[in-house]
Design a protein around this ligand. Structure first.
Ligand SMILES: *Cc1c(COP(=O)(O)O)cnc(C)c1O
Length: 383
């Protein structure tokens, strides 16, 4: 049905009406005092969402822009970078570092797994001359639905002395991520995932220690330059012409997040995703994550049942029920499908999604007890 599309992909995610209406207004001048007031509110509230005292820089760019911004402000040619790879997005950080001339070493876990902290510890312990300057990692791997134990991994990196650069694109505002408490050096996210606004903005915060390393960076990027951008943040301004309307929407989205409270937001994501996993298993389907301890609370990756294809499941969900779920990426294409439950997501959404998934599987000829998923879901949500 027209205009009824419901996004259950891992971004873009649904946008609240209050935010949409704000974005629909005429753009205002980006050097006006009205806009400066909006920026003041946005910059303050972002610190709350990032759980940090550091300034949060906002770039008019997609999430990858902030990934680029993170590394291009730190790396000099020949620097040793250790990249912890568990999927497509964590691999992107390694690629960016390589492109900047870093000497990149990769520790990789097979898709569906998280990084084992013992393996990281062993590698860092061996680096007695402290050659490793930066460790890149991801909190929530969107391509596989796996969440790393970032708190533990970052504490090991801190102990070693390297900088930690963390992709928090599908965790910030969805999964617990305490930048200052955990000692994360650089944390980035994007607008279209946990922050309930459309794509187009990305965010970066850096620790004092990371700022010191930035000062030694010989050729930082111009547009993404930390120094010029932070100067603007501190003046309640932006370095260049920003996506004005998205900032107006962001102000409202952040106010909604503050009203709900970050702990409640995280609890909501936990409850919805755990119940979804229970329902998936009740339907006889398998989760892609190998150890449920590392299952993501923002993206659930699911293996289709024998004999039923991922494209067929996606097609029926889209065509008959107006629900979009994501395919796997690269080598996981057509092997898994992924349901995003992040940002503006409620219990109703997951009840709708599981009901529609059951209907789609039924139509496609999967043999199962109709209603088993929904029953398990409702019980789990009301435990
Ligand atoms: C979406 C996403 C990104 C950024 O992707 P863009 O398409 O550039 O917005 C980066 N990392 C993760 C984990 C993501 O989910």
């Amino acid at each position: 049905m027209k205009d009824k599309t419901f996004l259950m992909i891992p971004g873009p995610t649904p946008v609240p009406e209050r935010v949409l209406l704000e974005i629909a207004k005429h753009p205002i001048g980006h050097r006006s005092s009205e806009f400066s007031k909006i920026l003041e509110s946005v910059y303050t509230d972002l610190k709350y969402v990032f759980q940090t005292k550091n300034d949060v820089i906002v770039y008019t760019a997609s999430g990858t822009g902030a990934m680029d911004a993170a590394l291009s402000n730190l790396i000099n040619e020949g620097d040793k970078v250790l990249s912890l790879v568990i999927g497509n997005f964590s691999r992107r950080l390694a690629k960016i570092a390589k492109g900047l001339g870093a000497d990149v070493e990769i520790i990789e876990a097979e898709a569906g797994n998280a990084i084992n902290p013992d393996i990281l510890k062993e590698r860092l312990d061996k680096d007695v001359n402290k050659e490793i300057k930066i460790v890149t990692l991801i909190q929530n791997e969107t391509s596989t639905g796996v969440t790393n134990d970032v708190k533990t991994l970052v504490s090991l990196i801190k102990e070693h002395g390297a900088l930690s650069v963390v992709d928090g694109v599908t965790s910030v505002g969805a999964i617990e991520c305490k930048m200052d408490d955990w000692g994360i050096d650089v944390l980035i996210t994007g607008s279209q995932k946990g922050l309930m606004i459309p794509p187009g903005l990305s965010f970066l915060a850096a620790s004092e220690k990371a700022w010191k390393v930035h000062e030694q960076c010989k050729h930082p990027d111009f547009y993404f330059n930390w120094t010029t951008n932070r100067k603007s943040v501190r003046e309640n301004s932006t370095a260049f012409t920003p996506a004005v309307n998205l900032f107006c929407g962001l102000k409202v989205a952040l106010e909604m997040m503050k009203e709900e409270g970050i702990e409640n937001i995280i609890a909501r994501h936990t409850k919805i995703a755990s119940a979804l996993r229970v329902a998936i298993k009740a339907l006889g389907l398998k989760l892609f994550v190998t150890d449920e301890k590392y299952a993501s609370n923002s993206i659930t990756a699911i293996l289709p049942p024998e004999g039923i294809s991922v494209p067929d499941i996606r097609k029926v969900l889209k065509k008959d029920y107006d629900i979009e779920v994501a395919n796997g990426q690269n080598e996981l294409k057509d092997k898994i499908f992924r349901m995003g439950t992040l940002g503006y997501v409620s219990e109703r959404d997951v009840i709708t999604a599981v009901g529609a998934l059951e209907a789609a599987l039924y139509k496609l000829g999967y043999k199962f007890e109709l209603g088993a998923g929904i029953a398990a879901l409702i019980k789990e949500l009301n435990k």
